[in-house]
Design a protein around this ligand. Sequence first.
Ligand code: ZN
Length: 122
Amino acid sequence: MRAREIERYKKRLTAKRIELLDRVRDAQDTEVTVGEEKAADLGDRALSSTSRTVLHQLSASERQVLRRIEKALERIGEGTYGRCLNCSQPIQKGRLDAVPWARYCIECQEKLDRGEIEDIDP
Ligand SMILES: [Zn+2]
């Protein structure tokens, strides 16, 4: 893969990572507010703020995406980005365009979905 292409994926990965991390930070800010509200008023207001905090937190799949983005950025640093973790062949460009943190080529992803190969990092 050309350096310019890698740079483009790196930008997208970094932007998505910042977006997810910003939401974690927002959730933490909300928790501080909840704490203050709780101290002032232990009634319904504190309860509704708590539910709001839960909504702001990252879902399990978003946390997984965040981890995969960080792994992908590591692979860029190691010079192995864009290669399938199973067969080491280049991952299809269209696939990386859709999911820059993709770890497997389409063929291996299908094998994985059918349970024919083991996910090295579920
Ligand atoms: Zn593969």
